[in-house]
Design a protein around this ligand. Structure first.
Ligand code: IPM
Ligand code: MN
Length: 367
């Protein structure tokens, strides 16, 4: 029997509650499919920090490194200054475990959950590949004359050819595999006749960020020909924001840098029904990957059994797929689609018509 060791960081606020439902559903599909999941719980987060002053001990990073997958609920605590837990836990793990891809599938499960007029599940189905280790997140920069009227703050975007190349390679490979054998989903249907099965859009800002995105654009152009079935497109980030709203059906796979990826995936989360369903993976294809619901710790909903656990459950589905249990991952996604379409009133916290635990039970029962 296949067996998987998974590190679990429930984290702050509603993180532990939604994690519980995600683990419940994962257990249910594991039992049905005949594999075993061994959870290893870690208590990192705001409460521990407030008690001990410790965010993430060095030894923990080394311990987590031994796992192929980490499941993360949420980080962010109202009594902890913003940045401490985000940088100390989430970003530190992304960086030190070299999770250089942030993968964000954007899929609308039910028309009524999309705020866009006349758009349905057939229009909103794409995936964003966000570079996850560099760019503005690298922490390069500093102050001059801090605290004086002459203060200067500089924050630099770091883009290495190695970092960009490995991100592009991941995106091209994903585009090639992801859509093989599936219906064409690109800007121009006639391109299918030229043997293209997928479309990869580079999202950048080549007209202003003429160093960073010049590097990205050249690397993109050089990589493209190695993937003859993938049609390449380029769009500026601001235009992408318009098109996500106007024509989300134009997109298939999108690749972009860390900061733009952060921003466009929040917009994308809204058109797929909100943070109640949006999930993501921080991927190191050869090391330790980490899966998380996209929403934060939602402190005001903590302990009320009202938060939507579907994003957390979707993150678990991504994790199982990544571990090699693609059927189990797909079964969870189908169960989620089924209960959204038959039971759930709204995806918003407190408006689902069911409590957090009940939604977890419904998904587990629908498997
Ligand atoms: C995300 C989050 C994080 C980010 C925060 C919590 C540091 O917004 O995963 O998108 O900016 O990457
Ligand atoms: Mn974000």
């Amino acid at each position: 029997m296949n067996s998987y060791d998974i590190a679990v960081i429930g984290g702050d606020g509603t993180g532990p509650e939604v994690t519980k439902e995600a683990l419940k559903v994962s257990e249910a599909i594991a039992a049905k499919s005949g594999f075993k999941l061994n959870w290893h719980h870690f208590d990192f987060g705001g409460d521990r920090y407030l008690k001990t002053g410790e965010v993430l001990p060095d030894s923990a990073v080394d311990e987590l490194r031994k796992f192929k997958a980490i499941y993360l609920g949420a980080v962010g605590h109202p009594q902890v200054k913003p940045g401490i837990l985000e940088k100390g836990i989430l970003l530190r793990l992304r960086f030190e475990l070299e999770q250089f891809i942030n993968l964000r599938p954007v899929k609308l499960f039910r028309s009524q959950d999309c705020p866009l007029k006349d758009k349905g599940p057939e229009h909103v189905d794409f995936i964003v590949v966000r570079e996850n280790n560099e760019g503005l997140y690298a922490g390069a920069g500093g102050y001059l004359f801090k605290g004086t009227p002459h203060e200067v703050a500089i924050q630099e975007s770091v883009n290495t050819r190695r970092g960009v190349d490995r991100c592009l390679k991941y995106a091209f490979e994903l585009a090639k595999k992801q859509r093989a054998g599936k219906p064409w989903k690109g800007l121009k249907p006639e391109d299918t006749s030229a043997g293209k099965t997928a479309q990869l859009t580079l999202c950048g800002k080549t007209n202003v960020l003429t160093y960073a995105f010049d590097l990205w654009f050249r690397a993109f152009q050089e990589t493209g020909p190695k993937y003859p079935t993938v049609k390449t497109e380029y769009a500026h980030v601001d235009a992408i924001c318009m098109w996500f709203v106007k024509n989300p059906e134009w997109f298939d796979v999108i690749v972009t840098d860390n900061m733009f990826g952060d921003i466009i995936t929040d917009l994308a989360a809204m058109i797929q029904g909100g943070l109640g369903v949006a999930a993501g993976g921080n991927i190191n294809p050869e090391g330790t990957s980490m899966f998380e619901p996209m929403g934060g710790s939602a402190p005001k909903y903590t302990g009320l059994n009202v938060i939507n656990p579907l994003a957390a459950i979707n993150a678990a589905a991504m994790m199982l797929d990544f571990l090699g249990e693609a059927k189990a991952g797909a079964a969870i996604e189908n169960a989620v689609i089924k209960i959204i379409n038959t039971k759930i009133q709204s995806l918003a916290a407190g408006k689902m018509g069911y409590g957090t635990r009940e939604v977890g039970d419904l998904v587990a029962a629908a498997l």
